[in-house]
Design a protein around this ligand. Structure first.
Ligand code: NAD
Ligand code: MG
Length: 355
């Protein structure tokens, strides 16, 4: 029996994780947390808001599924990695912001870091058992979001409800907006860098409208392996929670006879500048990814409130990065201070840019 602590239980990932846990006799929910919604009775131990590591201390889980959204998930990520407790990680913002701290804690703790993000779950499976020197490069696929194919000039007036209408995935609001700006793929690029210890010039992003290929690895002998499946987050959630068992799910297998078109193209970095901003922040290293993430969280919230224009999300992120030094940090307290500073700068920029 695996004892699971589920953080972010009321969200899109959290609700799908509850389905998987319910279906699988080997998984037991021992603790659950949400940000604001009441979850009494969902698990033996529950917590609403507050310090999530308090709940983890009490629950002593075998696996932490971190499905919180945003930087708020970082203390729980570090808690699990430091202790060698298996971490099923959906909360990509924690690895983006705290990648250096997280990797150091992971090495000290010696536990498993099982990605739940679909592309990273796919890459994890493709790379498992591969000697690092045999790997040429990793390709992450992006659906392109609801505005795929539009040029910069056609994005000025888009509304939050248009941005929330994702073509292939049904997700929480923040990641859905990130998918529309392609910041999500930028965050995933940084996430992949830390998870797989690959340099940025060996991680490529391609647009793939149907979201059937989740990732592809090119090997040095000219062979490429791809991971295919319908876009359904219950697959990577189940994989992470039942690893290494690869338990059965009720999800339908891929039907090739029904027809399958695999289309790929390069992302339009002019119309979607967030992807290039994320790549540059990743390459700059130190706390640049943390500043990028914090500014993006502030800007996306303002866009969802109907205050900030869509194209100004990238502007807020770019100007915040330009205004902060992004020094290296040695612990969570220092990183939290940089995150807070970035939020202050981003909020000020946002106020200047509101309609
Ligand atoms: P969501 O907005 O639907 O849910 C977020 C959850 O986090 C909610 O339960 C909320 O109560 C909780 N939460 C928010 N702030 C909190 C705080 N300060 N303390 C405790 N709990 C807090 O988001 P989601 O779409 O489920 O995404 C969760 C994470 O998974 C994000 O990092 C996202 O990028 C990642 N992810 C999501 C999907 C998806 O399909 N939804 C796919 C890949 C990765
Ligand atoms: Mg993803």
């Amino acid at each position: 029996m695996k004892r699971i602590a589920l953080l972010g239980a009321t969200g899109s990932i959290g609700r799908q994780a509850l389905e998987i846990i319910e279906e699988h006799p080997g998984l037991e929910l021992v603790a659950a947390a949400s940000g604001t919604q009441e979850i009494d009775g969902l698990a033996p131990l529950t917590q609403v808001g507050g310090d999530l590591t308090d709940l983890l201390e009490r629950a002593e889980p075998d696996v932490v599924l971190n499905a919180v959204v945003g930087f708020a998930g970082l203390p729980a990520t570090l808690w699990a990695l430091e202790r060698g407790v298996d971490l099923a990680l959906a909360n990509k913002e924690s690895l983006v912001s705290g990648g250096d701290l997280a990797v150091a804690a992971w090495k000290r703790g010696g536990g498993r870091l099982l990605p739940v993000d679909s592309e990273h779950s796919a890459a994890f499976q493709l790379l498992e058992g591969a000697e690092p020197e045999t790997v040429d490069s990793l390709v992450l696929t992006a659906s392109g979001g609801p505005f795929r194919g539009r040029g910069l000039g056609e994005l000025a007036d888009v509304t939050s409800s248009e941005a929330l209408a994702h073509p292939t995935w049904s997700m929480g609001p923040k990641i859905t907006v990130d998918s529309a700006t392609l910041m999500n793929k930028g965050l995933e690029l940084i996430e992949a860098h830390y998870l797989f210890e690959l340099p940025y010039d060996r991680i490529e992003v391609v647009v793939h409208p149907t979201s059937v290929v989740h990732a592809l690895v090119r090997f040095r002998d000219g062979a490429s392996l791809a991971h295919l499946g319908y876009p359904d987050m219950r697959v990577p959630i189940s994989y992470a929670l039942t690893y290494p068992e690869r338990a059965a799910t009720s999800i339908e297998p891929l039907d090739l006879a029904a027809g399958l078109i695999l289309e790929f193209r390069a992302p339009d970095l002019d119309a979607f500048p967030c992807l290039a901003l994320a790549r540059a922040a990743g390459e700059a290293g130190d706390t640049a990814p943390c500043v990028l993430n914090a500014a993006n969280e502030v800007a996306v919230a303002a866009f969802l409130d109907g205050e900030l224009p869509f194209l100004s999300i990238a502007g807020v992120v770019e100007q915040t990065l330009a205004q902060i030094d992004c020094p290296p940090v040695t612990d969570l307290a220092e990183l939290t201070a940089i995150d807070a500073q970035a939020r202050r700068v981003a909020s000020a920029r946002t106020r200047e840019l509101v309609h």
